[in-house]
Design a protein around this ligand. Structure first.
Ligand code: NAP
Length: 279
């Protein structure tokens, strides 16, 4: 696998504030690291008590490595107050409470999400509600709360984590895939409604080696095998089909946050090793 550079000295996001939801582990932690390497100041969100120390350790490492300032916010994307909770936490943090500069939210990464594979016969309203609250309503409420603080020169960025599941009709993912399709639809609307303020894009990974994919059943992994084995990049360099690393996804998200990506909006950027080319 090619090494993904740390971009030493390249700081295109210096002075920008980036909110990363679900930054405690997996893809979110890798995205936070990538944006920190580009010079951004970070808001690191998590929700589980067991992730408090992990998130603090990440902030400490990024501070030592890149000189990054981070605001850590424990907030549940499933709470209807989550948008206001995150914005209030930023405003009242030591970084902003004494600053005379108006708050500007340059980048929002809607990364936090859940996936509890459930066959359609077993879906309950509670399963539906939990997925749509965390994966759809949470990002909507965060973007809504951040609108007053987005830049006015079109330099803002919203990047949301969709999935190949929005497209492939994977078994057990009627609900999860539906939430990701909803996120893609909201992204297209944000691209129009907020066109003067920010771009809005999604990335759509296939399997990524994180706790989420690790938690899927052997039966599900067996369904995924032919897809993975026929994705050009997942079957390259001697690999016989492999999931992506979190850093490979973070590289693509980081690219969409750069100033150079300003003409890219309203689209789902394929970030799955070519898996959507089909089997
Ligand atoms: P993960 O390893 O399970 O980590 C999930 C992250 O989301 C954690 O930081 C977790 O915080 C946070 N989170 C979960 N529920 C939350 C809530 N209610 N409020 C706030 N934060 C919450 O997941 P991942 O694999 O890194 O996935 C990240 C994103 O990529 C998700 O949107 C997922 O759907 C998408 N994706 C993943 C894959 C894959 O194969 N892994 C493929 C395609 C798309 P705590 O640590 O505090 O629990």
């Amino acid at each position: 696998m090619p090494e993904i550079s740390g971009n030493a000295g390249y700081k295109p996001l210096q002075g920008k504030l980036a909110i990363v939801t679900g930054a405690s582990r997996g893809i979110g932690a890798a995205i936070a690291t990538k944006l920190a390497s580009y010079g951004a100041t970070l808001v690191l969100n998590y929700t589980s008590p067991s992730s408090a120390q992990k998130t603090q350790d990440l902030a400490d490492t990024l501070s030592a490595t890149y000189g990054t300032s981070s605001i850590i916010v424990k907030a549940d994307l499933g709470d209807t107050s989550v948008g206001e909770d995150i914005i209030t936490a930023i405003k009242t943090s030591p970084l902003y409470s004494t600053s005379t500069r108006p708050l500007k939210v340059d980048i929002i990464i809607n990364n936090a999400g859940i996936s509890k594979n459930t066959k359609t016969v077993d879906v309950t309203p509670a399963v539906f509600d939990e997925h749509y609250r965390i994966n759809v309503l949470g990002p909507l409420l965060l973007v809504q709360a951040a609108i007053p603080y987005l830049p006015y020169d079109g330099s803002g960025r919203i990047v949301s984590l969709s999935s190949v599941s929005a497209t492939l009709g994977l078994p057990g993912q009627a609900i999860y895939g539906g939430t990701k399709a909803a996120l893609e639809a909201m992204t297209r609307t944000w691209a129009r409604e907020l066109a003067e303020r920010c771009t809005a894009t999604c990335v759509n990974p296939g399997p990524v080696v994180t706790d989420m994919y690790g938690g899927t059943s052997e039966e599900f992994k067996e369904v995924m095998r032919p897809f993975i084995e026929h994705a050009p990049l997942m079957n390259s360099g001697g690999a016989k089909g492999r999931g992506a690393t979190s850093e490979e996804i973070a590289g693509c998200v980081g690219m969409l946050c750069l100033p150079d990506s300003y003409w890219c909006t309203g689209s789902v950027v394929s970030c799955n090793g070519g898996m959507l080319m089909g089997i």
